[in-house]
Write a protein that binds this ligand. Structure first.
Ligand code: PMT
Length: 399
């Protein structure tokens, strides 16, 4: 699984740096090519000579080699790598990553990384549980960084608690699982709807909703990271996407979203309907701005929009897996079951606006997966982690 994979191994200044030697050894033995990048403090804990001997590559730590002036390109490293792993990740490096403080080679490499990034934090228990560290961890998770949780046990300070870096064997197993997952959807095609739709009333006004597209973009990213070719049909959102396997189609109204989605659905193996589609649109779209002078009240006649998920449900053929969402303001279980049947879905992802941190605009969500087989409730997680849970359920449904 790891043969020929390019891995940037970032090492920061913490006592757990000695464990990185074992991790490096495991990675190279498995056939990975590893480029070590150290922070200046990292070199205080373990020598570059050990690491360069094991990786058979010079360790990179400075922006350039002082005596020759040779420039070390963080951009090239970002393009070269299939995965960046930072182990140990110290509080200081995590803070710099979360805030874009690019004052060393490791953080600049992180900021240039196009590949996924995994971190294994390690620090003393008080530093680990400090609200600042926890805030930075949440921010990094929301940015899509995979986090290998610190373990509880004896710490270098002599204290006992949470903050020990996970054992190298465990990090290695997670890396192996990551690469196995990367190819789990290779050759599959997916279509994902995301964001709101805008239904025009006149040239300056519309009926819309608060969807930011974050949930749908996270799902598209997760599917693409696992090897699927994804068509992302996006309503008007301010998010950007930069993934070679994601083709983005921008639309504005429900009718436009319906056309683009049904077209892509015909050739897809997977469809995820995470967009907040306006159920109605104005019966008439005025060519000129509606004037308010002399008009005390306005009545707008609305007509039903096509139900995109239900349309795809009618077109669905054997082997296609379709997933809908249910956005409710109460517990919503009955509504989710109705949607499951009415839209011919494999499962419904229920999220409720009554849950803090769930639903529109947030970087987190709390969902329950509702299917014929029962319900699975998940705790509040970053939208990227929620996307991984949803894609795990899709893969299960495909078997
Ligand atoms: O975008 P974010 O800010 O990250 O917020 C995420 C989200 C809250 C928008 C997302 O998690 C979510 O719940 N999306 C579905 C919202 C919604 O419209 O739910 P619904 O219960 O009204 O619709 C049920 C399902 O039918 C959904 O899969 C919806 O995409 C689909 N639908 C609805 C109407 C319609 N005309 N066509 C559809 O395809």
């Amino acid at each position: 699984m790891l043969k020929g994979k390019h891995i940037v191994l970032g090492i920061c200044g913490g006592i757990a740096a000695y464990k990185s030697v074992t991790l490096l050894r495991l990675l190279t033995k498995a056939g990975a090519e590893v480029q070590v990048v150290m922070t200046p403090a990292g070199k205080e804990f373990i020598t570059p000579v050990t690491l360069s001997s094991l990786s058979q590559r010079p360790v990179v730590s400075e922006f350039f080699t002082a005596n020759t002036g040779e420039w070390h390109s963080h951009v090239d490293l970002g393009l070269w790598a299939d995965l960046m792993v930072i182990a140990p990740a110290t509080a200081s490096t995590m803070a710099k990553m979360a805030h874009g403080v690019a004052d060393n080679m490791l953080v600049t490499t992180y900021l240039s990384a196009r590949e996924p990034v995994m971190i294994a934090p390690a620090m003393d228990l008080d530093m680990y549980r400090h609200p600042t560290t926890q805030r930075n961890l949440r921010q990094l998770a929301a940015d899509g960084v995979m986090i290998v949780e610190a373990e509880t046990g004896a710490l270098a300070s002599g204290l006992q608690g949470k903050g020990r870096m996970a054992e190298p064997e465990e990090i290695f197993a997670i890396i192996e699982r990551y690469f196995a997952r990367c190819e789990s959807l290779a050759g599959k095609k997916a279509v994902v709807t995301a964001g709101p739709t805008y239904e025009k009333l006149d040239p300056v006004r519309f009926i819309g909703n608060f969807s930011s597209g974050k949930m749908g973009f996270a799902i598209a990213g997760e599917l693409a990271d696992r090897g699927a070719e994804v068509t992302l049909v996006a309503g008007p959102v301010s998010l950007t996407v930069d993934h070679p396997r994601i083709r983005r189609v921008d639309v504005e109204s429900a009718e436009e979203m319906c056309d683009a989605t049904t077209q892509a659905f015909a050739g897809s193996d997977i469809a995820v309907f995470s967009a907040a589609v306006a159920d109605y649109r104005p019966a008439e779209r005025k060519d000129q701005k509606i004037k308010r002078e002399g008009v005390a009240t306005q009545t707008i006649e609305l007509v039903r929009n096509p139900d995109i998920a239900a349309r795809c449900g009618d077109m669905k053929r054997r082997g296609q897996v379709t997933v809908g969402f249910a956005l409710e303001t109460d517990d919503g279980h009955d509504a989710a079951h109705k949607k499951l049947h009415n839209k011919n879905l494999d499962f419904v992802v229920l999220n409720s606006l009554k849950d803090k941190g769930a639903g529109f605009r947030t970087d987190t969500n709390r969902v329950t997966i509702v299917s014929e087989d029962g319900e699975q409730a998940f705790p509040l997680k970053s939208k990227r982690e929620v996307a991984a849970d949803i894609v795990d359920a899709i893969e299960k449904a495909m078997k």
